[in-house]
Design a binder for this molecule. Structure first.
Ligand code: ZN
Ligand code: ZN
Length: 146
């Protein structure tokens, strides 16, 4: 019962977000943002398309809207060395791509956002030896794979 209200509130909030970013609010854009907001890790185009196809949005639509949202600065796109673009919301924790590190499991490909990594911003700003850090990537085996 509460879920319906939550969804409606979500939609209104995301519509406002879209308009304040200067782009048109469409059903597809709202749904893409909702999925990304729900997610606890960055999602690939394929994963989003799987989630959204039951709602009537095909792969091409999802792809086009991911581009639009990236251009508008509402989401960020990362590539973690496995040639898959993943997307996540740009919010307080995602102020830019290097705001928090990502952990990639080399066995199953699962990506996890590593929150609470205060050293990440220090590394980013130290910059002297490495230039400008755009992505911090940790690799290994996740809990399920080790
Ligand atoms: Zn794994
Ligand atoms: Zn992340």
């Amino acid at each position: 019962m509460a879920s319906k209200n939550t969804r409606a509130n979500d939609v209104v909030e995301l519509q406002t977000l879209l308009r304040s970013a200067g782009i048109r609010s469409t059903a597809a854009r709202v749904e893409v943002l909702r999925q990304l907001r729900k997610a606890t890790s960055p999602l690939s185009h394929a994963e989003l398309a799987t989630e959204l196809s039951p709602l009537g949005f095909d792969k091409a639509t999802v792809f086009r809207n991911l581009s639009d949202l990236t251009d508008a600065g509402l989401i960020v796109r990362t590539e973690l060395g496995d040639h898959v673009w993943r997307f996540e919301l740009r919010d307080g924790d995602h102020a830019d791509a290097a705001a928090h590190p990502h952990f990639l499991c080399t066995a199953c490909g699962q990506v996890t956002c590593v929150a609470d990594a205060p050293w990440a911003s220090r590394l980013k700003n130290s910059g002297v030896e490495v230039g400008s850090v755009t992505e911090i990537l940790l690799k290994g085996h996740c809990n399920l794979c080790q």
